[in-house]
Design a protein around this ligand. Sequence first.
Ligand SMILES: [Zn+2]
Length: 444
Amino acid sequence: MITSLRACLALTLVACAAPASSAPATPSPIAPVGLDATEQAIAHAVDGEAAAALALLEQIVNINSGTMNFEGVRQVGGVLRAELDGLGFATRWVDGAPFGRAGHLVAEHAGAGPRVLLIGHLDTVFEPTSPFQRFERLSETSARGPGVIDMKGGDVIIVHALKALKAAGVLDRLTIAVVMTGDEEHAGEPQAEARRALIEAAKGAVAALGFEDGDGDPHTANIARRGASSWTLRTTGTPAHSSQIFRDEVGAGAIFEAARVLEAFRVKLSTQRYLTFSPGVMLGGTATMLDAPNNQGTASGKNNVVAKDVVVQGDLRTLSLEQLAAAQATMREIAAHSLPHTHSTIELADGYPPMAPTEGNRRLLALYDAASRDLGLGPVVAVDPSKAGAADVSFVANLVPMALDGIGMAGADDHTDKETADLRMLAPLTKRAAVVLYRLARAR
Ligand SMILES: [Zn+2]
């Protein structure tokens, strides 16, 4: 008797929760199989808003928001801010002047449940000078456009998942923070300033969800991302006639010293799983001049003069902070043992920290995978971290018990003028996100 009463209530809830003002609901391609009544209401609400979600995506893709087009980034932020204002969020714009960028959109919604952080970004790699500027519908099921998957599609999923929670009457069961950065593709400096708002928003959160497009496959998500930082090696030698090289008073010169250091890096560090480093540019000779911001430089020297200076710049990618610290210590150690009459210094810069594959991240993936299966959308597995670059979630992954990324829009070819979204996945991915949020609220 209790069971049938519950079923009856459940049916009533589904009927009541469908938003009255929306367009007729498009039926889901696959019937939901394991959802409770509220979750079914959430799924219906997403379907009811499918046309509006697509219109929002088209609208914001058509606003150029290359990272350095501050006005465009603010404009995209303004459109999404209005959507979040409409859901009752307290929104604010974080001015990007202190870090040389447009700024970030931050939105908060206080509720009875645990705090969850949702991460998007407003910028794209396509500046106003790019020929790739418009949303273009390729077929019934696909559209091409700058940022359509990276990650304006993800931003729309965030907004519409929250809308569905509101429509189902459960938005206030969580405390939600949304941060959409304006400089993910080309982060401002200093980094501590540029990521302050994101890091602040993560404090006290039980989970951080990043809506990057990941590898574009809706059946994968990121529980780990390698970090990316940089290093600069400078070596000096004693200039002398080349005929005297290797003699006690002259030594090996700066170029041999640089070769020693780089070869030792390769020998000692190149076989570690998930660790990579690559010298990207090298200048050496009697005089070198590196123009680091523009990734270029000049070098001059003569065959008959022992080299005086070398500068090398490279990257370093690791899966965990421990692996990063150990690799950096090895690099310092190698640099410290210079050849006679030479000297090496290595500068290790901060970059994107790694998002390590923690147990908590696996738990969140399991929750997301279960939601996907229950929605009839199939399983979701973890991406191989050697294929996952750094992203904004990496800045907060070490601060929260659970983090997951790459749950944004499906498609292919981001960062190219073929960037294409699989529009069939917009509603299903929105449902998955919304159901996971609802279950996070229940799981406390
Ligand atoms: Zn992105």
